[in-house]
Design a binder for this molecule. Sequence first.
Ligand code: AMP
Length: 197
Amino acid sequence: MNVILLGKPGSGKGTAGIEIAKDFNFKLISTGDLLRQEKSSGSTIGKQIESIMDRGDLVSDDIINDIIEQELSKPLPIDMYYLFDGYPRTISQARRLDEMLNISAVVYFDVDDATIAERIEQRGKKSGREDDQDSDTTKCRLENYYNDTQPVVDLYENSDRLYKVDASKSAISVYLQIKQLINKLNKEEEEEDNGIY
Ligand code: AMP
């Protein structure tokens, strides 16, 4: 079962993703991490995306799709699935992903904007991330979220693949909610495979 973690910036996807990937033996693909690596490598693409990321805008679909295709072309053990963090963020990315893989569950991190702003401000003190440093950049990231990513949430909700978790709670609570959800979905899938339904 391939799973997507979807939600606003700072909603806790990254933190939960690392633990969930370990627990369930997922291959974690975080486009934010991959892009930050590209940025710090100083490559041509890294130079192109630096200012876009620093001001909180989205990197172009073409660059993201290339990065994802490269990741998906790497061999994956037969019993391993993907866990995506921070991808897809636009309708075009979501459509492309649906062409490449079967996505059966999308975990939506439900949390209000005020909590997001507070969390990003706190994270910025430790993360050193350029895009965590000021409230205007956070505002820009949230605007992009509403313009480009909210339609992706709606797309998955309309295709009955969206499962909400209360992401205003502590990191451990969010992690436990997701763990419970994936256990339940795995069990349902197993029962379906065994012809119980
Ligand atoms: P994140 O670590 O997921 O918050 O991502 C950090 C930044 O990387 C975002 O603000 C975007 O500039 C860029 N980014 C990450 N994932 C994507 C994506 N799927 N599409 C476009 N830009 C992305």
